[in-house]
Ligand binder design. Sequence first.
Ligand code: 5RP
Length: 223
Amino acid sequence: MNKQKKHAGEFAATLIEDGMVVGLGTGSTIAYFLEALAKRIQDEKMTIIGVTTSTKTARCAEELGIPIRDIDLVPMIDLTIDGADEVDQHLNGIKGGGAAFLMEKIVARYSRRVIWIIDEQKLHSKLGQFPLPVEVVAFGSGKLIAELKERHLHPKLRLDNHQQPLVTDLGHYIVDLDLEQIDQPFELGRYLDGQIGIVEHGLFLNVADQVIIGQDEGYRIMN
Ligand code: 5RP
């Protein structure tokens, strides 16, 4: 059990109001949030609709009895609760450790508010210690990786447990960029946005409205 993740997840569940459409992120911190939310739904007879960001979260929500609906069947998402892999003091972050960042970015885009739940270890003054994931089309991915290598972006194709390229929920590959430190995240984001074959990257800039940082005792909030 990770106390910090649990405290962040449980507090986030108290922010959900009856009738809300809620974006449900992906990851081990979100697992604590989903459990706490399911308990509130049952205990308080709350009606909420969840919009999931991965097949893993959809399965988990179904098992816990959290009602879910396709993103295209809801007018707007009121609040999305998601995890993150790294966050700086400007509330910019890297996501994608769980390979779900493409769906997570789409859900965030159509959310009125986005809150991330993290543990203390994920706070850094600069992004980049966590390898930056990039979701790419399988076709031509070798060529793209070679180009990223030439630009000194240190790309590495993510593999699954069978040492095969990991395939995302939406059928793409993931390339992790081992950058150590990202000095110009917006510039890097623009460069990656412009590359043919790159579907999306894990830089989430100006996306989160608030970050809840779980602590050993309780939590704190960063705005
Ligand atoms: C998945 C993500 C997750 O939110 C991120 O990896 C954090 O995961 P965890 O809560 O397990 O540390 O971006 O794509």
